[in-house]
Design a protein around this ligand. Structure first.
Ligand SMILES: [Ca+2]
Ligand SMILES: [Ca+2]
Length: 511
């Protein structure tokens, strides 16, 4: 297997509980994914990223792992996993999965041991203090939780049910190495490494400073000095086991230089850069600014990632395309033709929209529930607290895949009703399919940008012998370039050189 197979692949993120339910209990599962592999082949994706399916109490939907070596029964069995890998590989689809090693669930046997006494052999696998400092959790509130039994606080950078592992302890490293070996032996083709720059903290435990808006600056609890050395060892272990394994790091930062610093030789193949994906509106200047910044940061042979949706972001179709098919088609073409490694979030190819809980009982995301409770304590009424909490609610994009109007109707879907979704948009699906097919021919993805440029409301770039034009405006314009032919266009045209409003076009041009 070529070591850099991932450079040509379109990835597809599957949020496991929400993709396909095979047994009618209302929760997506591994067998369900196997049943839909032909759908993914038809769409053209060749890489899957599966969110956690390991044993978990699911306080944070599986990102709180209670046993790294066991499949959670709600998602199936080890046989189901092995069969999924086999079936995927047979179809030329690679599979990567989350490696969540910043923390474990407090239900993990390691933590259950650690909490027993201060002299327990596992005590130092986690981070304990007699007194908390001012560090806050990324889900809100103090990052320290009191343990009455041993009269100390343990550290959790996310929910209190997710205790941070102590990466200064070499035993932790060895234990996680076994996890890595185990899943690569099972046939995984790589890992998406969750919140990976949070792994180490400053062991002087200095208080964090605050910015001018009064928000805490995470100076001492992320991107700490020892982090690169630890990550290099993790990556070395992965590549020793499988030199072709792909690694993508989730770096919590909005600084491209910082994000990029984790994507290089001996570190990750790529890192998620959220700046492009999380832009607020589909506006040419904002998109161009990000493309240009990525181009300046990532040299040739070094790839940024391209995505506008994930299980942590509101759905692309609602948030960015404003429920407008023409805009969704432009976004898709940009994501799949710009320089970088694209990650489609499941359902965006059929135009799935946000799920918005109408009451607190419907809310499942630990982050927004904590925010709701905080707002209620601050005196807001339930309606206003719900409205504000929904703005940070990650359930928005976690609604079940809308396979049809009848999908997820057996049993109770774990989250919301897929049936409330409008019908899947066949035209959008076919557009994704066409672009991916075009991309696979290799005529674009392997070339650097020529003339990446922007004028009012229009972005264009050339790669190889193709010119891509994105007209963000509400007006058509006449293209003043010598073109050979139109290869694909996201809307109807009256002439080859006319670029209608809200339209993206691929032209064949002289190289
Ligand atoms: Ca199920
Ligand atoms: Ca940590």
């Amino acid at each position: 297997m070529a070591k850099d197979w991932w450079k040509a692949v379109v990835f597809y993120e599957i949020y496991v509980p929400s993709f396909k339910d095979s047994d009618g209990d209302g929760v997506g599962d591994l067998k369900g994914i196997s049943q839909k592999l032909d759908y993914l082949v038809d769409l053209g994706v060749e890489g899957l990223w599966l969110t956690p399916f390991y044993l978990s109490p699911k306080v944070d939907n599986g990102y709180d792992i209670a046993d790294y070596f066991t499949i959670d029964p709600v998602y199936g069995t080890m046989e189901d996993f092995e069969s999924l890998i086999e079936q995927a590989h047979k179809r030329g689809i690679k599979v990567i999965a989350d490696l969540v090693v910043n923390h474990t669930s407090t239900e993990h046997a390691w933590f259950q041991e650690a909490r027993k006494s201060k002299v327990n052999a596992k005590r130092d696998w986690y981070i304990w203090r007699k007194k908390p400092n001012n560090w806050t959790s990324f889900f809100g509130g103090s990052a320290w939780e009191w343990e009455e039994a041993t009269k100390e606080f343990y550290y959790h950078s996310f929910a209190k049910e997710q205790a941070d592992l102590n990466w200064q302890n070499p035993e932790v490293e060895q234990a996680i190495f076994e996890v890595i070996d185990y899943w690569l032996e099972k046939g995984l083709d790589g890992f998406r490494l969750d919140v990976i720059n949070n792994l180490t903290v400053a062991h002087e435990f200095q208080d964090n400073p605050f910015d001018q808006q009064g928000s805490q600056v995470h100076l001492h609890d992320v991107n700490q000095k020892g982090i690169y050395a630890v990550l290099e060892k993790i990556v070395a272990r992965i590549k020793a086991k499988n030199p072709a394994a792909f690694t993508v790091g989730e770096i919590s930062s909005d600084k491209l230089a910082r994000i990029h610093s984790y994507a290089k030789e001996n570190l990750f193949d790529v890192t998620f850069n959220f700046n492009l994906g999380s832009i607020k509106t589909w506006e040419a200047k904002a998109v161009f600014t990000q493309l240009e910044a990525m181009e300046n940061q990532f040299s040739e042979g070094n790839y940024p990632t391209l995505f506008f949706g994930s299980h942590d972001m509101a759905r692309l179709y609602t948030r960015l395309a404003e429920n407008d098919l023409a805009m969704a088609k432009m976004i898709a073409l940009l994501m799949l033709s710009a320089r970088g490694i694209p990650f489609i979030y499941f359902g965006e190819e059929i135009g799935m929209q946000n799920f918005v809980p109408q009451n607190i009982q419907e809310m499942k995301d630990v982050q927004s529930i904590q925010e709701y409770d905080r707002l209620r304590r601050a005196g807001l009424d339930s309606k206003e607290a719900l409205r504000q909490a929904n703005q940070v609610n990650r359930d928005q994009s976690r609604n079940p895949m809308n396979w049809s109007k009848e999908s997820f109707t057996e049993g109770v879907p774990w989250l919301g009703a897929g049936a409330e979704q409008p019908q899947p948009i066949a035209e959008l699906y076919e557009w994704y399919q066409q672009i991916i097919t075009f991309r696979k021919k290799g005529a674009v993805a392997q070339y650097p940008y020529k003339k990446l440029s922007y004028t009012k409301d229009v972005i264009w770039f050339q790669r190889g012998s193709y010119l891509l034009v994105f007209n963000f405006s509400k007006q058509a314009f006449e293209l003043n370039e010598k073109v050979i032919a139109v290869v694909m266009a996201s809307s109807l045209r009256v002439s080859n050189t006319l670029v209608p409003a809200k339209t993206a076009i691929i032209y064949k041009v002289e190289e």
